[in-house]
Design a protein around this ligand. Structure first.
Ligand code: C5P
Length: 387
């Protein structure tokens, strides 16, 4: 670990004192820490204590306690403000300039009053930063120094430490380094007219979790996503699409790849014609929608060229789950089918999933668990298959 270096930006807030404990944990693990202490942060801990623990000089921002305008600036440089600046690409102090200039991975551990955290503006900023690839640890829920209760507490130093160490993991933990994957996720939306679409209830959560898990193992991931409200995982290249045909084109553009995982709930059909203006109610009654078949992305990738070495499909069924999955394996020409029973309440759109892995060698049944766990187990199995 001795070659690992992190830059730690400590913003203002009562939780700043916890950064000292975090530095101690990092130093003990042999990680070099270069600190930036914002002017607001320096109101809570001293540059001297940070410098002593980091064994490095502290990069501070200048301010004067006597200067009214600078005090206003100190008030502003808190977690919420740093997030807002970073989300907006603003660079008007050392911390925000550094965040804008870096090409390294960024992990944020915000701490603020619960109402500030829950404010739509902060939540918008969090979503924007997550979409830019920023990872978050916390905030935790609990009693806060201001006397309120709720989400806003800084994650505990051991939790932040674990997140940093995970991000710093070396090549041994990256068995998919040098490999490329395409993951499809979410629903598709097939236009009927300029305002109406044919779509489904897929949330995109399982596909996004798989993209994240593959990236964590060092894989170069292109995530082709239908319309969903899920933040982009850290280190993943995301291509947003709407229709099945756009999804197929984006997948083909991302070839060659070693792995393709088709998690998206692609609409089997689309309206044959998209009305150029909004369809109106009239004396003729409801319009007849003529549907035509969409391309099958999984089958196209499984039988196309260059074929990814490992092609994995999903089968969401409400009955005869494994039998349908076995039939699908043969029909589509893929290597594995991950089968799940969507008749179980909370699977579609929920956070848990119970899956069976169907391969030509047999069926493996996994216990119901969080979609993120399913994703990590699947990614590890894919890495094993390609090793
Ligand atoms: O045929 P069915 O829709 O049940 O197959 C599900 C699997 O096929 C999923 O992996 C899904 O992502 C993929 N699929 C696809 N393109 C389609 C339909 C399904 O890639 N048009």
């Amino acid at each position: 670990m001795s070659e690992k270096r992190i830059l730690l930006i400590v913003g203002g807030g009562i939780a700043a004192y916890k950064s000292l404990e975090l530095v101690r944990l990092l130093r003990k693990a042999g990680v070099a820490v270069r600190p930036i202490l914002t002017a607001a942060g320096a109101q809570f801990i001293t540059p001297l204590s940070l410098s002593a623990l980091c064994e490095d000089r502290v990069y501070c921002e200048l301010f004067s306690l006597d200067d009214e305008s600078e005090m206003g600036h100190i008030q502003l440089s808190r977690s919420a403000d740093l997030m807002a600046k970073a989300a907006g690409g603003l660079a008007n102090d050392l911390a925000s300039t550094t965040l804008l200039a870096t090409d390294k991975r960024v992990l944020m551990a915000p701490a603020m009053n619960v109402r500030m955290w829950n404010h739509p503006a902060t939540q918008r900023n969090r979503a924007t930063l997550a979409a830019d690839g920023v990872a978050f640890v916390g905030p935790d829920e609990g009693a806060m120094a201001c006397g309120e209760f709720g989400p806003g507490r800084l994650a505990e130093p051991p939790e932040i430490f674990a997140a940093i160490m995970k991000a710093l993991e070396g090549p041994a933990a990256k068995p998919l380094a040098g490999k490329r994957a395409i993951v499809t996720a979410g629903p598709t939306a097939e236009p009927i007219d300029p305002v109406r679409v044919l779509t489904n209830r897929s949330s995109g959560k399982q596909g996004f979790a798989i993209a994240a898990a593959l990236a964590e193992l060092g894989c170069d991931v292109t995530l082709v996503a239908g319309p969903v409200a899920v933040p982009t995982p850290l280190g993943v290249r995301r291509v947003d699409v709407e229709t099945a045909r756009e999804m197929l084109a984006a997948c083909e553009a991302a070839l060659p790849a070693d792995i393709a995982v088709c998690v998206a709930a692609v609409s089997d059909w689309r309206p044959e014609v998209e009305a150029s203006s909004k369809m109106k109610k009239g004396a003729d009654g409801p319009p007849a929608l003529k549907l035509v078949e969409n391309p099958d992305i999984l089958a196209t990738l499984s039988n196309g060229f260059p074929r990814p070495r490992l092609v994995v499909g999903f089968a969401a069924e409400t009955d005869n789950v494994e039998a349908y999955a076995q039939a699908k394996l043969a029909k589509k020409g893929c290597d594995w089918i991950v089968a799940n029973d969507v008749s179980i309440a909370g699977t579609m759109g929920g956070d848990d999933n119970a899956v069976s892995i169907v391969t030509p060698q047999g069926i493996e049944r996994w216990e119901r668990t969080a979609k993120s766990d399913v994703a990590r187990k699947l990614a590890a199995r894919m890495a094993e298959e390609l090793s």
